[in-house]
Design a protein around this ligand. Sequence first.
Ligand code: HEM
Length: 253
Amino acid sequence: MNLYLEPPGFLGTGASLLADLTLIFYILLIAPAMLIGFWLARRGRHRPAHRNLMIAVTAINWVLIIFLMLVAYRFDVAGNFPNQPTAPRYLLPVLHALLGLPAQLLATYIVVRMLIEDVRVAQGKRRGEPVTQLRRYWFKQAKPAMQITLGLWLATAALGVITYLVRYEVLPGSASGEAAPPVATPEVQPPVGTAEVVPPVETPEVQPPVATPELDEDAAEDAIRAAERSARDATRTAEEAAEDATRAAEDHD
Ligand code: HEM
């Protein structure tokens, strides 16, 4: 189950239950606990009150960072921030993380150094070392380191609350800023050119050869003979006509 997404929260902002609880815890418990720890140190109640409170705050911070903030960061911020770096819903968590991560690492370092100091001092005491000797085990830069941590913690927590208000659109006009970029779609390719379909060249219908009657050899010979005969007849008729004409001319004379 993704605790950043479900179960739904109770503040009516659309955030998950863990996000809503985290917001309320920081405002009502964790930020006040940071200030109370500072106050305890100023009052000289370093051990065990101040030490235990700071260990608890650091550990709870880690739990919330790992189970809510890192999940939200990876799920929604890391991928979108490079595309929309000015959108408040992505820019704010990035600035918040840039402040919060060193704060949390510094707090963790201080806690570890404090615990190491306690173990070494206890061992020195068991060995019977005088207080002047025990001083060498002290974490001498603790005070400025703790002051820096407190400043970064409080600034990070305040930015975290603003981040919540912006991301869940509680502040008017604090919506995501820019519209989400369009989902990448594959480039539209022009249709591949296809050669125009040319209709097949029209070819005249092949006509079967007109049936010609088979040449009859005998008929041909008959036809030739008939032609010769009619030619002879025509010649004879012409000669007779010429003779008749000559005779008629002589008779006339
Ligand atoms: C000292 C360390 C930190 C403190 C005190 C802190 C505090 C807060 C607070 C009070 C909120 C608003 C509550 C909420 O949204 O539920 C928040 C939200 C958030 N924090 Fe942190 N934070 C710290 C470190 C970090 C780190 C190191 C990251 C980087 C991953 C981070 C990323 C986020 C994100 C992404 C949100 C928005 C969560 C959401 O959308 O619900 N925080 N933080």
